[in-house]
Design a protein around this ligand. Structure first.
Ligand code: S5P
Length: 278
């Protein structure tokens, strides 16, 4: 059985057990884009302007909703309107990390009510499998999907070795709600014992730490190119933030649009090379 990343996105869309993963893969195919833009800005106007500019080029918009200074619930309606206009899904990068009961409340309630609008969210595995149980109790009935942080792009990350292996096992035990990983490589064989073989699961790998020019920032971020991430490491979706929008202090919306187009092309060409080389 070949690894899922060697099959087309279209094939994988038809067979995925998780509703949000199916929607994402269908969007990737419709838009010929495996680009997710991470919109890490603090003003609601900049947030919406960037999303409107990159919308045509992305399959997924990644948010950190709690960094918006002038957040109002109306912002979510505007985000959803842009999601309809441009045909993309929404991923709130909340990185839940608490016991099941607490994360269920954080996911469903409070100011942001994340589960009501984010198709996808993510969680650290540090609390153990109960974090999946808690989030699934809210997200599964809504058709949402969860990504587990199996690895991180930052220098000195502790998510390595047996921690990453345990994250892979936790995903395999929960394939209905866990749709994939935030990681830097494929996870099919990670954490298998010597007598186990990779199963049929298709976990999507969404990879942050992607840049065409820069190799990193002053705070430990590390970048690889879309080609390295998609072709060499077999990841499925590239997550790009500052590589697309530059510095929020000098936003140039035409340049944001150009960069989104550039990353989309780079990500898609790397995917085509990957599946065609089979
Ligand atoms: O390992 C990780 C996981 C995540 S979700 N490394 C990351 O950088 N991220 C997120 O991806 C991070 O929180 C930020 O929102 C984005 C990368 O942004 P960039 O500007 O460095 O591309």
């Amino acid at each position: 059985m070949s690894s899922p990343h060697l099959r087309t996105y279209a094939y994988r869309a038809q067979n995925h057990p998780n509703a949000a993963a199916r929607l994402l893969l269908e969007t990737v195919v419709r838009k010929k884009s495996n680009l997710s833009v991470s919109v890490d800005v603090t003003s609601a106007d900049d947030f919406l302007a960037i999303i409107d500019a990159v919308g045509p080029y992305v399959c997924l918009i990644k948010t950190h909703i709690d960094i918006i200074e002038d957040f109002t619930p109306g912002l979510i309606q505007k985000l959803q309107a842009l999601s309809q206009k441009h045909d993309f899904l929404i991923f709130e990068d909340r990185k839940f990390a608490d016991i099941g009961n607490t994360v269920a409340l954080q996911y469903s309630s409070g100011v942001y009510k994340i589960a009501s609008w984010a198709h996808i969210t993510n969680a650290h595995t540090v609390p153990g499998p109960s974090i999946i149980t808690g989030l699934a109790s809210v997200g599964l009935p809504l058709g949402r999907g969860l990504l587990l942080l199996a690895e991180m792009s930052s220098n000195g990350s502790l998510a390595t070795g047996s921690y990453t292996e345990e994250a892979a096992r936790m995903a395999r035990a929960n394939p209905n709600f866990v749709m994939g990983f935030i990681a830097q490589r494929r996870m099919e064989t990670v954490g298998l014992t010597t007598c186990e073989t990779a199963g049929e699961d298709d976990f999507l790998v969404l990879a942050p730490g992607v840049g065409l020019e820069s190799k990193g920032d002053a705070m430990g971020q590390q970048y690889r190119t879309p080609r390295e991430v998609i072709l060499k490491s077999g990841c499925d979706i590239i997550i790009v933030g500052r590589g697309v929008y530059g510095s929020p202090k000098n936003l140039d919306i035409q340049e944001v649009r150009n960069q989104a187009g550039r990353y989309r092309t780079a990500g898609w060409e790397a995917y085509e090379e990957r599946v065609l080389s089979q």
